[in-house]
Structures are given as structure tokens and as C-alpha cells.
Design a protein around this ligand. Structure first.
Ligand code: NAG
Length: 299
């Protein structure tokens, strides 16, 4: 296995070196921002700075316009496979269709619509094995290089990148919040473990990861952000939660001195598949503001 990895690793290094000069500034910045993320299912980069940027941006969103203009995002699946077998990441169209339906249903009734855009299949053992959370310069440059080549559309195009996350078993995805769009337009989108689609090989996840990551793409943080202290997720109607839930512990109250039970059935927790199935009204309002920010400000 080691020899195989080295063989594939050799080629991109050459490409990446060419890009390194112009990307140095961006990389250290992103690394700092990624530093505050919580390990676990999802590695979406949280930082106080992003939180602040979004709070200020969302406050300026025109509420009247928010209610009268339809919010529609086009969705592009980018499948990064090592070979044309399902084990090698060549996710069947049937799984992509079911994932798209699950995404649509997850946001339906909330005034946020998705329309199918495209599926691109990228056959590259290197990208398949090595694309990952951008926690060092090489990975970040690799992702930027990948995004430059394969990302579709602008700030209102949701790119769903189906990748392996080969470096650990825990990570299932991450999503770029709208506040990072200007600094990292090539990375914008969500990154999802390819086995986690409905009908995929994962036992833990069957489609909910993509819905969760799309929530991040629309400006949501985890329900357990900041635990029982601090600003939390910036949404008033998601009760504070000490940490991520596992299983489906309905009735759990991990911040007993604060109001409300843990929102373990919320899409933005880590609860088991089938348990998380809802957004709160406060989250929907925030996502609508984030949507308008993508449509009116970033586009
Ligand atoms: C396809 O890629 C996967 C993952 O690297 C590997 O396990 C599998 O053996 C490959 N299959 C073929 C037919 O090359």
C-alpha cells in the first residue's frame, strides 16, 4: 500500500510547487482559521472571526427582499474516484439521485430550494486518496488546485465533493461557511465521505452528512458550539449543548442550568442516522439570511 501511495503522490507535488508562491498568504490564514474546529464527524472550520463576519453580514440583509425573492441553488456533484468501482469511489448515479432528494427534503418547507445541476466524475487515484481536510499547507494547496479545476458556478452553486477522507475513520465531511467565500472561492462547497450517501457502504451515515454540511454552507454552526458557555451557535432557539450527541439521546440535558433539552434531533448535531431530521425556525431564518448573502452580496 505504501508504494502505491507514493507513486500517486509523486505527480501532484510537481504541480503544487508551481502554485506555492502565490498561495503562501492564503494558506497560513486558512490554517489559523481551521485551528479552532472540533474533531469528530464534521471538520467545518469555526472561528470567532467567521462568526463575527457572518453576524454583521446577516444583520444587513433586507428582510422584505428575503421574503419576496425565491431562493434557489444549483447543485453540482463532483465524484473523486480512484477507479470505476464503487469501492474506489465511483458512486452510482442512483445514490447521487437519492442524496439530492434527501438534501431537497431536508430544506423543503423552509423556502430554500435546490435544483440539480451536474455530476462530474474525476478519475484520479491521487485526488481520491489524498484530498482531505485542509489542515496543512500541502492539503490546502491540493484542495485549491482541485477546486480551481473542478468547482462549478459561483457563490450560489452548491458543489458537493464526494471524497474518501482516507486519513481517519472519524471524519465524514466539512462545509465552507459563506464568510469564507471571498477568501477561498475555489474551495466553496461541501466535502462529504463518498460512502455516506443513501445506499452507500457506510453503516454510520446514509445521507445525513450532506444535509448537515449544507447547513454549514448556509451559515449554521454546530448546535453544541461553545458548549454550555459563550455565544453558542448564534441561534436563539437551539438550546445550549455541552458537546455532540451520539446515538439518539432524546431528553438529554447536558447544560442543566440553561433552558431547554439538547437539540439532538437537529441536523446540526452529530446524532445517529435517522435521529437528526430538523432545523429550528431560528436556524431557518439564519440560513435565509445566509442565502440572500450568497445571492445578493457574494454573487
Ligand atoms: C479500486 O480502488 C479501491 C480503493 O483504492 C481499491 O481498494 C480497489 O482494489 C480498486 N479496484 C480495482 C478494480 O482497481
Amino acid at each position: 500500500m505504501k508504494i502505491v501511495w507514493k507513486m500517486f503522490h509523486h505527480t501532484p507535488t510537481t504541480i503544487l510547487l508551481l502554485l506555492s508562491v502565490t498561495l503562501v498568504g492564503a494558506t497560513s490564514n486558512m490554517r489559523r482559521r481551521m485551528g479552532e474546529s472540533i474533531a469528530g464527524e464534521c471538520r467545518t472550520p469555526y472561528s470567532k472571526h467567521e462568526n463575527e463576519v457572518m453576524r454583521e453580514a446577516f444583520e444587513k440583509i433586507n428582510l422584505d427582499k428575503r421574503q419576496t425573492t425565491e431562493i434557489v441553488f444549483d447543485v453540482h456533484f463532483n465524484v473523486v474516484a480512484a477507479n470505476i468501482t464503487e469501492a474506489g469511489g465511483w458512486v452510482p448515479d442512483s445514490q447521487i439521485e437519492r442524496q439530492f432528494e434527501m438534501l431537497r427534503e431536508g430544506f423543503s418547507g423552509h423556502g430554500i430550494f435546490f435544483q440539480f445541476g451536474s455530476t462530474t466524475r474525476i478519475l484520479s487515484s491521487n485526488w481520491h486518496h489524498n484530498l482531505n481536510v485542509p489542515e496543512d499547507d500541502i492539503l490546502e494547496r491540493m484542495l485549491i488546485n482541485y477546486g480551481t479545476l473542478f468547482r462549478k458556478g459561483g457563490a450560489t452553486s452548491l458543489n458537493i465533493n464526494l471524497i474518501l477522507f482516507g486519513s481517519d475513520d472519524e471524519t465524514y465531511g466539512f462545509g465552507l461557511p459563506p464568510s469564507l467565500y471571498r477568501a477561498y472561492p475555489e474551495l466553496d462547497g461541501i466535502y462529504v465521505r463518498f460512502t455516506s450517501l443513501p445506499g452507500g457502504a457506510s453503516r454510520a451515515r446514509q445521507g445525513s452528512t450532506a444535509v448537515h454540511e449544507a447547513g454549514h454552507w448556509l451559515g449554521l454552526w454546530h448546535t453544541f458550539q461553545d458548549g454550555c458557555e459563550g455565544e453558542g451557535d448564534g441561534v436563539a432557539d437551539t438550546p445550549a449543548e455541552a458537546g455532540p450527541a451520539s446515538g439518539c439521546p432524546i431528553g438529554r440535558d447536558s447544560c442543566p442550568t440553561l433552558p431547554g433539552l439538547d437539540p439532538v434531533q437537529n441536523w446540526m448535531d452529530y446524532s445517529a442516522e435517522g435521529c437528526r431530521d430538523s432545523f429550528t425556525a431560528g436556524q431557518v431564518a439564519r440560513m435565509q439570511a445566509a442565502s440572500r448573502y450568497r445571492i445578493d452580496v457574494l454573487s
